[in-house]
Design a protein. Structure first.
Length: 150
């Protein structure tokens, strides 16, 4: 199991950060070599989207379904849980958004996944975990930069 955790400060209210992070196609702007497309938008639990990651002609789909969606509210962090059901990436992911002040928030992003074929990728899990943590820290930094110019 690959466990990725990244945390980032956001220069915006919890509501504004939540709105950005739950705008699924916007993830395409921050996640390198990935395009996110919504397949079914229920407005909450059951929303399905696909992240298509690629390097040139080589790529894979990462289909996901929202299994929990609780927006932030007074005194409570928002939480989104996602189920990953692809042929390459399987497991869970999600994020929380916690207000630090009326104009700043903290996002915590996590992924608990396996990569297929596990008979090959299990040996690289520590490296993938480190690289994934660094990558998602950059993703959160890019989202924060976008929020800063709004």
């Amino acid at each position: 199991m690959i466990r990725i955790r990244a945390c980032g400060a956001m220069p915006a209210s919890a509501d504004d950060v939540w709105a950005l992070l739950t705008d699924w196609p916007s993830h395409s702007r921050w996640i390198p070599a990935t395009t996110v497309t919504v397949v079914e938008d229920t407005g909450g639990v059951g929303t399905r989207f696909v992240g298509r990651s690629h390097l040139g002609p080589i790529g894979f789909d990462d289909p996901m379904t929202v299994t929990e969606l609780l927006p932030p509210s007074e005194g409570r962090a928002g939480r989104c849980d996602i189920l990953k059901t692809g042929r390459v990436v399987l497991g869970t992911a999600g994020f929380s958004v916690e207000a630090d002040s009326p104009s700043t928030s903290t996002v915590t992003w996590w992924e608990d996944v396996t990569l297929a074929p596990t008979r090959l990728t299990r040996y690289a899990e520590p490296l993938i975990e480190r690289a994934g943590t660094m990558s998602f820290a950059k993703v959160l930094h890019a989202a924060a930069a976008e929020l800063a110019i709004r």
